[in-house]
Ligand binder design. Structure first.
Ligand code: ZN
Length: 290
């Protein structure tokens, strides 16, 4: 299996910058950790691909969190990365599966819903993080990110993200690409991009056919210049210490009840489903520390 990575490049002849990524392995890892059903896999995979490409747009390794809540059965979705190629993410309800009757395709927009927002929080190490919020367009994720770039960052962008799942729910392919117009883009550049997008195959089938991210960019633009690559992983940075801090916020009374009634407690990380046990002794120590 090929490792996941992202490439970024520019197309001077068409005045745009481009990103493409393959996220098959990291989505498969997320699927196994969270027990994602196919449409939930597709939603989270599209979101992680778009988030990783969004993060690749900034040069500083800032922390970036994207949350989507469209009011659909999947509930809220959150993805976080430090712009270092590592991402962690979850959906509130992983056991969600819908397909469209006419095409049989995974109905991501139905699972996610579109009565809500896409929010991007960028922590640039300043006092206040940058928060950009836009209403969801379709809940299909690609459209929603495209709208975010247009409205929140004033950058017209084509966002194509996709996921392919097999009969036993394993991830066959996941990834995507983004084309962003630079301010000097001309009417001809826009027409070129519109035309090339017209009959462009779904990105998930290209990846499934073995096309690498740079191959996909070359299919779009013959003269693309690749500027850099970055390996991508699903990786959570949770720890028992972190869980302890979360436990403290529960309050003394609750912790005392855990000691008296359950003689311990178990905490689960939302992002990776890792479970952390605290026994009676540890909870008593915690009470003393508080
Ligand atoms: Zn975790």
């Amino acid at each position: 299996m090929m490792k996941d990575y992202l490439v970024r490049g520019i197309v001077p002849s068409k005045n745009c910058r481009v990103f493409a990524c393959q996220t098959t392995q990291l989505l498969e890892e997320a699927r196994q950790k969270h027990g994602l059903w196919p449409t939930a896999s597709a939603a989270l995979g599209r979101m992680m691909s778009a988030t990783l490409m969004l993060a690749a747009m900034n040069k500083n390794h800032e922390k970036m969190t994207v949350s989507i809540n469209g009011g659909g059965p999947i509930g809220s979705m959150i993805a976080t990365t430090n712009s270092d190629g590592k991402i962690k993410a979850f959906v509130a309800n992983p056991e969600v599966h819908y397909t469209y009757n006419d095409t049989g395709k995974l109905a991501v927009g139905v699972a996610v819903g579109h009565e809500g927002n896409l929010q991007v929080i960028r922590d640039m190490g300043l006092k206040e993080p940058f928060v950009g919020t836009v209403p969801l367009q379709s809940g299909e994720i690609g459209d929603d990110f495209s709208y975010y770039f247009m409205v929140s960052e004033q950058t017209p962008s084509v966002v194509s993200v996709g996921v392919l799942v097999n009969d036993t729910n394993e991830i066959l392919a996941s990834g995507g690409f983004i084309i962003q117009l630079l301010p000097e883009a001309t009417e001809e550049d826009i027409v070129y991009i519109e035309n090339v997008m017209k009959d462009f195959p779904p990105v998930s089938s290209l990846i499934h056919d073995g096309k690498k991210p740079e191959d996909i960019l070359r299919m779009l633009f013959e003269d693309v210049e690749i500027l850099g690559t970055q390996d991508l992983y699903f990786e959570c940075d949770c720890s028992k210490e972190q869980m302890k801090a979360a436990l403290i916020t529960v309050g003394k009374k609750e912790i005392q009840a855990m000691i008296d009634e359950d003689h311990g407690c178990e905490m689960t990380c939302h992002f990776c489903n890792q479970k952390y046990q605290f026994n009676e002794e540890e909870l008593k120590e915690l009470l003393l520390e508080m």
